[in-house]
Design a protein around this ligand. Sequence first.
Ligand code: NAD
Length: 471
Amino acid sequence: IGIPRPKLLYSVDMEEKKSIEKVTLYARRAFVTHKTKGYEFRKSQLKGLLKFFEDENDELNRCVYQDLKKPTSEWVVHEFIQVTKEVRIVLRNLRSWMSPQTVAKDVVNFFDQVKVQAEPYGVVLVMGSWNFPVFSLFMPVIGAIAAGNCVVIKPSEHAPATANAIATLLPKYIDSECYPVFLGGVEETAELLKQKFDYIFFTGSPQIGKIVHQAASQNLTPVTLELGGKSPVYIDSSANLKLAAKRIMWGKTQNCGQICVAPDYVLCSKEVQEKFLKYAQAALHQFFGDSVRTNSDFGRIVNQRHFHRLTGLLRDQKVAIGGPNDPTDRFVHPTVLTDVHPDDAVMQEEIFGPILPIVTVESCEEAINFINQREKPLALYVFTGNRKVKKAFLRETSSGAVLINDVLMHSVADGLPFGGVGNSGIGAYHGKQTFDTFSHKKAVMERGTSMLIDKIDSVRYPPYSNAKTRL
Ligand code: NAD
């Protein structure tokens, strides 16, 4: 392209908008050398990524703690193990995923070579979210590198310690021209989105997802949008209520409830509610003892804006389980609300915090209607021991995923696609599906040139006759 080599690829100065253009330009220049396409290069970069996770484990753990007070166990289980496992899965399968796939042939193509070749899109943008600042960023990045793309990596500015660590440390492990890290907030990201990308993978809210989609449409850039929304839980009277309460309260308190697939609200009957409250209280005590506030196994809300948003949702609500909240360190006590009305503020937006409203319903049908009158959720949780109830939810509702008798666990099942539908997202990923997401499936045909094939082909050439086209 004829531009000088970059001095600094991973810090963008807004004074000089051109530096934003340069990030994509340098990545494009790297892509047109074709070096990201070779198997050995992809493998070496993925190994570099694995070494980055392993060697910088302590530093990343420290930064994630600084940003979110995330307990080390949650860092290890939700982020470190997941990304390292993903790289290993990709390394084991990369050669076969890259191989052209043969397809069925009909009589016309009998003598031809017909196959599907996965090719990289080119320069792709991956935008991560702050709640899992390593996992949400690198799960797609791993697949994008595996598929042979150049990747502009955009960590969330709301987890600044982790974002800075990634920008500083990652270039020691992987090629920084092919995989630049872009740091910036809303203004810089809006500018970045004016650049032409060949694919955009965004993790965040449905509101910003629409902005990203609109920006992508200017260049007809395909997108994956990993969004959020309210993931409902239905608890049937046939469920094991003690286990249900334990699992739901676990899902609601992991990462302080700041999980895209966190159980958002509960639908159940009055009778189930009473038992649920008793077991939920016992589960919280089992997890955090007498004081959640002083227990290091419980995290904090990411910033003051979200702390005040969450405590605002508690106004005029009936708190069945809860405790004092503290703005000084953004502590929101795990809270269960009862007698919640569907029109209440807490039922209008994704909660993204450790607050669990219960809306009472009379039946499974009423719960299904309630869910179907709202946006399609990212996850739907059904606790039941009744086959008919399970079948009814599977047949009559639509969501990114359905999990029966647990929460969250579907998101770490290797073989399952992870993604939303409708307002909760476009596209799905994890494992081979991430590789496919970042690959254009190119149809490739090679025809023979022998006289015999030309004779068989004669039917397509004029002059036409009935004899040629008689079936
Ligand atoms: P967000 O949508 O508020 O922000 C995402 C990013 O978009 C920001 O980091 C910012 O850089 C950029 N941005 C914000 N405003 C912009 C604008 N006007 N123009 C251009 N760019 C802009 O999301 P968040 O707060 O980072 O994450 C929370 C949301 O993400 C929740 O809704 C949650 O459910 C969802 N989420 C989804 C998944 C998933 O896998 N589906 C995972 C984690 C989080």
